[in-house]
Design a protein around this ligand. Sequence first.
Ligand code: BTN
Length: 258
Amino acid sequence: MNETEFSQQRLQTALSPRPVRFYAQVESSSDIALDWLRNGAAAGSVVVADEQTRGRGRLGRSWYAPPATALMLSVVLRPSAAALVQVSMMGALVVCETLEAFGIRNVGIKWPNDTQIDGRKVCGVLPEVLWDGDRLFGAVLGIGLNVRIDFAGTPFEQTATSVETVLGKSIDRLELLTTLLERIDDWTARIESYALFDAWTERLTTIGQQVSVNQANGVVTGMAEGVDEHGALLVRDEDGALQRVIAGDIALGSSNGD
Ligand code: BTN
């Protein structure tokens, strides 16, 4: 591991003129970004952390990676209210594009926004929106990408992977970060276009799979037939009814769980 891989100075020089804040250790990069957004951060401002002590995941989970083994960032965005659903799609999509730019194949999205390589999770995305009453401040896109976490011998060996494990060589996380931010800038400029929805949909590996989805009112089990324009998953349940699932975790096959 390169001890000086990330520093405020290195990130600032590489990403200039983008506003950037680097933390060797922080509770959550997304907390910092949300505060920054509340205080007027420009779109594109980014918070990068080498370690988080209270990292947040989807569905109220915590998210942790050992120091300097992941790319953990939170990007300030200022989409219109109509484009908030696309923020989540964009997160998973830009990670796919970045991994492909590094030569990784078999990259796909497990609905709604987990990026997987060969069916193993490599990245999670946490979009958060900041409102003041009915006034939209903006959004923060939190991204946690496994770069050099060794899952061998852990309970996650079959379900998670890291960029360096797949590539079989070490890489500079700054190169990954730079590519990721370029992809975010590119899609942000056309966040409301159908192209984003189409690109996200094309990469969904969940469509055509038998799934089981946890919902507040129970578990929906059936065939994932597609998504609607809001990104909701359309599942044909065992009674033949089409269920619209707007959030939740899916398990492939008929069993329930993560
Ligand atoms: C998930 O898969 O549940 C989403 C994980 C998102 C983790 C990232 S790491 C950077 C940002 N800061 C956080 O506290 N969470 C997100």
